[in-house]
Design a protein around this ligand. Structure first.
Ligand SMILES: N[C@@H](CCC(=O)N[C@@H](CS)C(=O)NCC(=O)O)C(=O)O
Length: 203
């Protein structure tokens, strides 16, 4: 088994944090996004969509998409449960993870991809107006999330889940996207301090 990894990029980091929370070690194969190594024939043969991460199983099966990779490990190593347990809990984790992906991670990465000079070759065309349109969405969603975190320690409830991983990676990626968490939002900051200081956050 081998995990094709993309270093500091947010989606590969989601999977590394997930594995660290599970206590699973998988051999990593670094692919240099900055050098466009993910577009070279060797990696394009593994994932024709040329995106990272991708997991290659011992039988040669390729699993791309961060959450699909995480689900593979959730099924092979159920403890600790990071996608919830039971019908209601699992649905709520799914709901929150999806909300975090669509409303926060996508908005933050859109700002980065459409404004940052380093993304000129990967995001063509860069549409700066789209980046600007996403900036208030980030603020609005963080404000909403702050209100939610008033009532519980973690995004989907009492326990740390994959939704917290998506949230952590999205908030941390605000820095390279040159975005800041608005003042106030004490509940969001308390949550962020808690998840960013877990040992897995260093993965
Ligand atoms: N939906 C995919 C997205 C993967 C993705 O976009 N990965 C980025 C790094 S965070 C990438 O490979 N970008 C390369 C490019 O834009 O050419 C997932 O969840 O894994």
């Amino acid at each position: 088994m081998k995990l094709y990894d993309g270093g500091r990029a947010p989606n590969p980091r989601r999977v590394r944090i997930f594995l660290a929370e599970k206590g699973i070690t998988v051999p990593l194969e670094p692919v240099d996004l900055g050098a466009l190594a993910h577009k070279a024939p060797a990696y394009a043969a593994i994932n024709p969509l040329q995106r990272l991460p991708a997991l290659v199983l011992d039988d040669g099966t390729v699993i791309a998409e961060s959450i699909a990779i995480c689900r593979y490990f959730e099924a092979t190593a159920p403890d600790p449960p990071l996608f919830g347990r039971g019908a209601k809990d699992t649905a709520l984790v799914e709901m929150w993870n999806r909300r975090l992906e669509l409303n926060l991670l996508l908005a933050v990465t859109s700002v980065f991809r459409h404004l940052h000079p380093a993304m000129q070759e990967l995001e063509t065309p860069q549409v700066p107006a789209w980046a600007e349109a996403n900036k208030p969405r980030v603020v609005d969603f963080l404000t909403f999330l702050d209100g939610e975190l008033k009532t519980r320690p973690f995004i989907a409830g009492e326990r740390y889940t994959v939704a917290d991983i998506t949230g952590l990676v999205a908030v941390d990626f605000m820095k390279p996207a040159k975005l800041t968490v608005p003042d106030g939002l004490a509940h969001l900051r308390r949550w962020h301090d808690q998840v960013r200081t877990r040992p897995s956050a260093a993965a």
